[in-house]
Design a binder for this molecule. Structure first.
Ligand SMILES: Cc1ncc(C[n+]2csc(CCOP(=O)(O)OP(=O)(O)O)c2C)c(N)n1
Ligand SMILES: [Mg+2]
Length: 314
């Protein structure tokens, strides 16, 4: 994938998530959702480091992961709209989408629950010798769950082909990592389980992709798991309607300077000499794509309750 294609993908996720925040305010979608604004370099860096047969598990903040893995943004949004064309036929919502044909084994509303599930996928791959690596994405908060520790232990003992990828975005709901983690480094925890633990700049698409490619390759050759901590920042609120009273606006302004999209734009124009006009043209295209996503949802039918019963009973 070229840098410009990676930029398009990151921008697609950004505009998709911004559209969700707008649609909530307009009352056009209901329920809740967790957006990943500010974390796009992790989603795209990880997904583009994988091979087609690889597996990915996600979290409650999963739209970006899924789109980066190849999901159709129209069908992701349709799920939030509660339409028949959504990935769960409009009956699941933001945290209940999957598509194994894309190697995407689901968003997950239970903090940390994807971690042992991902290890199961990795054990399956090992037993079948299928050359598949599983990447398990989760948050800093999830790394405080007991199951994180249990899974890293067994994954290391059994040398499972799995990468544990922590998106350390500074917060678990309203709890800053400084108040939630006795040792602020999640990567340090790998030492307890005798696996490599590294930290990467999670706002740098290229750094994320390079590190994931490196450890995926090692896992494919039998080296076993690794823990990769991507340091980033959740620029959006935790979920819909979060007033963000637990942090200052100054802190947010500071974090915006490290916005992964700005970093990518700077790289493209300075290092790859991409003309500004080209970037603007790409931005227009992605805006048009998101407009089309919303048109698709508006035009999609709502699920028929009778069909639902037929599916459950048959
Ligand atoms: C088992 C469980 N406990 C608590 C919650 C409520 N909850 C939802 S998101 C979240 C914070 C997760 O923080 P983190 O893992 O850092 O992910 P982030 O939201 O920052 O992406 C919590 C505690 C939950 N969904 N599941
Ligand atoms: Mg977090």
């Amino acid at each position: 994938m070229t840098s410009l294609q990676a930029y398009d993908l990151m921008l697609t996720i950004r505009l998709f998530e911004e559209a969700i925040e707008r649609l909530f305010l307009e009352g056009r979608i209901v329920g809740t959702a967790h957006t990943c604004i500010g974390q796009e370099a992790v989603a795209v860096g990880v997904a583009t480091a994988l091979q087609i047969q690889d597996a990915m598990t996600s979290t409650h903040r999963g739209h970006g992961h899924f789109i980066a893995r190849g999901a159709d943004p129209r069908r992701v949004m349709a799920e939030l709209f509660g339409r028949e064309t959504g990935y769960s036929k409009g009956r699941g919502g933001s945290q209940m989408m999957m598509d194994p044909s894309l190697g995407f084994y689901g968003a997950n509303g239970i903090t940390g629950a994807s971690i042992p599930f991902a290890a199961g996928l990795a054990l399956d791959a090992q037993m079948r010798q299928s050359n598949r690596v599983t990447v398990c994405l989760f948050g800093d908060g999830a790394s405080n769950q007991g199951v994180f520790h249990e899974t890293l232990n067994i994954a290391s003992l059994w040398k499972l082909p799995i990468l544990f990828i922590v998106e350390n975005n500074g917060y678990a709901m309203s709890t800053a990592t400084s108040r939630g983690l006795a040792n602020p480094s999640v990567a340090d925890r790998a030492a307890s389980y005798n696996m490599p633990g590294i930290t990467v700049d999670g706002n740098d698409f290229f750094a994320v992709r390079e590190r994931v490619e490196h450890f995926a390759e090692a896992a494919r050759k039998g080296a076993g798991p690794a823990l990769i901590e991507c340091q980033t920042y959740r620029l959006s609120g935790h979920s819909r309607g979060d007033p963000r009273t637990y942090r200052t606006r100054e802190e947010e302004v500071q974090a915006q300077k490290e916005d992964p999209l700005l970093r990518m734009e700077t790289h493209l124009s300075k290092t790859e000499a991409v003309p500004i006009a080209t970037l603007v043209a790409h931005q227009k295209q992605v805006h048009a794509k998101i407009d089309e996503v919303i048109r698709f949802c508006d035009a999609s039918p709502v699920p028929d309750p009778l069909n639902y019963l037929a599916e459950v009973l048959l």
